[in-house]
Write a protein that binds this ligand. Sequence first.
Ligand code: SF4
Length: 352
Amino acid sequence: MHSAHNKSQRLNRAEGIKLIQEMPLGQLMRRAHEIRMQYHPAARVTYICDTNPNYTNVCTTRCRFCAFWLANGSRDAYTLSPAQLAERISSAARVGATTVLLQGGHNPRMMLTDWLAYIQAIQTAVPDIHIHPFGPAEISFMAENEAITTQAILQQLWDIGIRTLPGGGAEVLSDRVRSAIAPKKCSSQRWLEVMSQAHRIGFKTTATLMYGHLERPEDIIDHLLALRNLQDQTGGFQSFIPWSFKPGKTPLGRRIRQTASAQTYLRIIAVARLMLDNFSHIQSSWFSEERQTGQLGLLAGADDFGGLLIEESVLDTAGHSHTISIQELEQDIRAMGFKPVRRDSCYQCMAS
Ligand code: SF4
């Protein structure tokens, strides 16, 4: 892990807002790429072979940007049994998945014992796979559902061998924005608090941003500053992963019909690399934006190309779906002048 820049040279809020709004894109990308090459001098780009099964689509949080959730009892509502989940993950492992990103809806009928049963079933069926389960919003929901603390849940996950957690559910860490797009989801403060607790136990996590809806540029900068601030305290974030809101069939899509532009994505990647001077990895994804936009992100400060995503259903339901082979993914990386390297969930490179 690189050391943070001299703090007196850090970009402040006003500078961040200026960069994201005004700096010409070419200049911004060049500056971010220079810093990326200082942090990671080898011309390598990492990626991971992962699978992302959603264990339930029943959700009472009903975010307005999401088309995935269904009410309990709906015709297509499902909740996988531990055996069904383990079978899906075994299938993904057979075609090369080394990590399972395990997330699902906020289903009030599920209890902590159900989560633990999932993990035990996976550990038994596919002992070598790395399990990367449950983001802060899910943990916060489970804590309320169980009437226990998030700290107690995190400790139980740690005790059964979980070591990394995804940073989903951050959306934009602004309560003004959250109350409009996801009023029932945990607050910004809560998201940061669960992350802080997790890092202090020893978990490594990612941090995310979902933009392109009702946020203003200053909300994105405040989001980055909140992440940087927590990272100063804990050092537990491994990477930053942004993606744009996909209007598709979502309720919010009736108001916002367009996906944010490729230029916006590249600006966010670049500004994140410049502002998050205490983050080692910035991800540009072949999946969440168009493939070519993901590739350009590798010249805007990103050093990671995300996951192969053998199974992904949330964006699929919003009408955003595509797949890629390992060969295609590696070719996309090579085409930008980098050597593709497979990594694990702790951002360690794996022997090819
Ligand atoms: S984003 Fe997650 S929490 Fe929100 S409605 Fe969809 S499944 Fe539920």
